[in-house]
Design a protein around this ligand. Sequence first.
Ligand code: C2E
Ligand code: MG
Ligand code: MG
Length: 414
Amino acid sequence: MTDKTARLMGETMTRGMTTDETINTALEFVRSHLGMEVAYLSEFIGDDLAFRAVSAPGLEQMISVGDTMPLDAVYCRHILAGRLPELIPDTKDEALCQDIDLTHAIPIRSHASIPIRRRDGSIYGMFCCLSRTARTDLNTRDLDVMRAFAAISAEQVNARLMVETEQSDIRTRIQDMLDTQEFDVVYQPIMDAQQKLPKGFEALCRFQSDPYRAPNLWFDEARLVGMQIALEVCVIERALQALNHLPASVYLSVNASPDTVASGVLADVFADWPTERVVLEVTEHTKATDDDALEKALQKLRFTGVRLAIDDAGAGYSGLQQIVRLLPDIIKLDISLTTRIDQDVVRRSLSAALVSFAREIGADIVAEGIETGDELLTLAGLGVPLAQGYFLGRPDSLDAAAAWFTPGQGENRA
Ligand code: C2E
Ligand code: MG
Ligand code: MG
């Protein structure tokens, strides 16, 4: 391999190119290195060949990405079966080439082709070059260069196939979940520290799977395959049922991603419910795709009485910018700010700053992730009246949530 080839291979692999860019660069390089007119990567689909990437400057009308041809019309099967060599400097020297119509139709005079295999060894397609002039100067060293670039392309193809398989598995898993609805919703009390009674409950999803996977992982995966809105809506619809079983003075907090809110679907989802008892928790673990749509949808929902909470404030995703932009009704202090707040001056001063900021904009504060009495006391001292966490009550069934309000059952638990 020449220095130039090695350098280009290195660049191809390290420049952070996308799959398509890498394959196109490989094709372009091999085509010019071998002095050919056309280079392409094909995929075999049944008895046809489809062009997946093409480098053929000036010959775009002859061959372009997406075109298909019958495999019987081209050299591929003969090369794979050993009836034709991978390198054909002049087709006039190969009797079999003369029997193939395409040789004369194009006409093809020189041809070089390397099979691209999947990880399981099966044939994906071919990495191929051809020209209308004979290239008797081409030798096995040129074919070796081509092999190296075909190998890079095969890596890219296989990486893409793996992603496609993973995505299809995820799609199936989520569609199954939507069909079977094998999930539970648990409710965690949001406590009024003074009255020791829940003011509201946060609905949290528990997907039934073996092994168990945290709900945020399910939602992250659903987003990867464009099914996040469907999954979130399905869970919210179930969660809302709790409103029928809790006292009218108690609110229900449901979680939704910015993109689900921005899609506008929630207005219909909440339509038949007492919206003044609904709090919508939004967090920006992933940035909203469309900020304007998010603001418009939120405006519409808040007009109907739904309150907005910014979840995970202080966690890094839900920064001040988002809070300033959306002016929420509630700010939920993330667990990363409240853990050991009693022992940590930095967390204490950051939380104090958020509390005074919340006051300025007329928002309530809910402290999340309270696991000890000292954390609760410290936050109460900072003026945070509402808190949520294992110390006050774990996420539990709807019956357990309702029991808080049954005399003699709930009130002594915290
Ligand atoms: P989140 O909305 O911030 O929910 C709070 C998480 O903290 C919950 O985790 C809850 O179980 C946990 N937690 C509550 N108290 C404590 C505590 O004292 N200590 C500790 N270490 N953790 C506590 P969970 O249920 O695993 O949910 C994780 C995240 O997944 C949620 O964070 C939320 O972003 C997402 N999620 C959960 N359920 C849903 C849902 O129904 N819809 C949507 N869109 N997202 C959900
Ligand atoms: Mg939440
Ligand atoms: Mg949170």
